[in-house]
Design a protein around this ligand. Structure first.
Ligand SMILES: [Fe+2]
Length: 559
């Protein structure tokens, strides 16, 4: 198996974990939350499926777990979209990019958890952030009335508005708001998507938005990053919609070799009324990337770690009839998952000087083993973001069984087949911020397993930056899901403690994770209600039964 079968065959469920190796540290605290698509089998490409949230408590005996046991709790995110889908699944048609329905485009909210102070949100690229109850993990509200977003991105005025946005909004620690994006199609200056910066101050139900003047591109804005004074957007470059594929044809669109970057001064945004175009400073980075993280302190420039996705085309997924790069039929358990990286990936720290318009590389790392840069862990405290010390990255290793011949053919002039011929180990690796020098790494030699999104848990009372605390590394395995905890200052020493389910439970595909202090109760706030957006115009195209379903969901949620 190129990756564990349980990625698609296991089901989300509650269970308890116990320490099976090492000693659990007594100065680790809080919780780790995960986002995941449900992988119901209802869609050709599983990463568009409805979202689930999972929560691992890092303190034994809490959240209902027995003494010396650790609680894993998981819930489907019951958005209005999910509730309407479950009431009338036959009206939701699968496509390569999720469901379409007469109600509009569902918000799957399946990609990343976003703990923000005393509140918990989840996100995805094709919908608004969703707030969850931190105790029960139940759906609470979507963020921002669609009218305040300037209306939906496309597909008309529907009950479920389509908002093409970002899976990684970023919370502004000093202005107490959230930066995210909205994309919408434009004809000028070329046909493509125009990005807007979106701001929500979390005090109410309205967002503000500012389109980027004269910008049109063909990708997505997966990540939003920031410094004290700047918002940073980038064309993720590794996910491009292919109209031919959406209409049943073969995929022919390829990812780019570089991506545009847009720098926008925060003060310029706040000085302009919502809806007013603003002019960004434009730069370029290469290779394209999915995730990037700026140092918050910008007193000597905007310093950003770019997690490159060299030849990682995230729009490419495995079909039942696919052969892998060696000509073997793909593992049925991998069907519907993404085509994995076709080259080692580059990690780069770049310094932008927006005043002078200069771009300079501070450090870069890429070796044969840096395959499938999955995700990273860092200290998200204000002090940690201002003066980051270490950046921890999980590499899943090379998995030729999850590279299709179709993808290799599409990229035949860019792929080195010798470089992706063999399975290679995964690594948890630590890099110095700034220089990107490799400080330490730990090898996962068992290629039947797959490490997934790590997180940094700060040591209670520790020094901010990313070195004084723990890296928590989940391991997906058909022999049972594990959670391995490392000293962040020395991951190469191996895990200090390992958790495993008491019945060796397996966990399906997980996407992003995040660390949060233990949150209790729902913070009081004014929130958007599903019914606040329902209008006669939105309901008019629906038949009587569909309208009854919408009314029932509105009643449930308002109650
Ligand atoms: Fe992401």
């Amino acid at each position: 198996m190129p990756t564990p079968e349980s990625l698609t065959t296991a089901r989300h469920a509650d269970f308890e974990l116990e320490v099976v190796a090492g000693v659990w540290p007594d100065d680790i605290e809080g919780e780790m939350v995960f986002s995941a698509p449900a992988i119901s089998g209802g869609l050709p490409y599983g990463i568009f499926d409805f979202g689930a949230i999972s929560r691992l408590s890092l303190t034994p005996g809490t959240r209902g777990a027995g003494a010396d046991r650790f609680a894993w709790r998981t819930r489907t995110i019951e958005t209005p979209s999910k509730r309407i889908h479950d009431a009338m699944p036959e009206t939701f048609a699968p496509s390569p990019v999720g469901y379409t329905s007469p109600f509009g485009a569902p918000n799957a909210s399946n990609t990343a958890p976003l703990p923000w102070g005393n509140r918990l949100f989840t996100t995805w690229d094709a919908g608004r952030p969703v707030e969850l109850h931190p105790d029960t993990l139940e759906f609470v509200a979507e963020v921002g009335h669609v009218d305040s977003w300037g209306g939906p991105s496309m597909f008309g005025d529907t009950v479920l508005p389509f908002l093409f946005s970002s899976a990684h909004p970023v919370a502004d620690p000093e202005r107490d708001g959230l930066w995210t994006t909205k994309l919408e199609p434009v004809m000028e200056p070329t046909f493509g998507m125009r990005p807007s910066v979106v701001w929500w101050d979390r005090s109410g139900t309205e967002v503000r938005w500012w389109p980027l003047e004269d910008i049109s591109f063909a990708g997505s804005t997966h990540t939003v990053s920031q410094t004290r004074n700047w918002v940073i957007l980038c064309d993720s470059g590794n996910f491009k919609a292919d109209p031919d594929e959406m209409f049943g044809g073969e995929r022919s669109v390829r990812i780019d070799e570089s991506s545009p970057v847009w720098l926008i001064r925060k003060d310029d945004l706040f000085a302009a009324p919502t809806g007013t175009p603003v002019t960004p400073i434009c730069c370029t980075v290469s290779p394209p990337n999915g995730h990037f993280y700026a140092r918050y302190d910008d007193s000597d420039g905007i310093s950003v770690v770019w997690e490159g996705m060299d030849l990682m085309d995230l729009a490419f997924y495995l079909r039942p009839d696919d052969l892998d790069v060696h000509g073997n039929p793909v593992d049925p358990a991998s069907v519907g998952l993404y085509n994995m990286a076709m080259a080692p990936e580059t990690l780069t720290e770049i310094l932008f000087d927006p005043e002078r318009g200069t771009v300079s590389e501070r450090g870069s790392f890429r070796e044969d083993w840096t395959m499938n840069l999955q995700l990273s862990a860092m200290d998200w405290s204000l002090e940690g973001m201002s003066s980051p010390t270490l950046h921890h990255v999980s590499y899943q290793g090379c998995r030729p069984g999850r590279i299709s011949q179709r993808a290799a053919r599409l990229y035949e002039d860019r792929i080195d087949l010798a470089q992706v011929a063999e399975e290679t180990p995964g690594y948890l690796a630590t890099f110095e911020r700034g220089s990107m020098e490799l400080r330490s790494r730990w090898e996962y030699a068992d290629t039947s397993e797959l490490i997934t999104s790590p997180t940094f848990a700060p040591r209670a009372g520790g020094v901010p930056g990313g070195h004084d605390g723990y890296v928590v590394q989940p391991v997906l395995s058909d022999s049972g899901f594990r959670v391995e905890v490392f000293d962040a200052a020395d991951v190469g020493a191996g895990p200090v403690a390992v958790l495993r389910g008491t019945a060796k439970e397996c966990v399906p595909l997980l996407l992003h994770s995040a660390w949060t202090p233990t949150l209790e109760g729902l913070a009081p706030a004014e929130r958007l209600r599903f019914s606040d957006e329902l209008t006669d115009e939105k309901l008019a195209p629906l038949d009587d039964e569909q309208r009854r379903v919408v009314a029932k969901v509105a009643d449930e949620l308002d109650g």
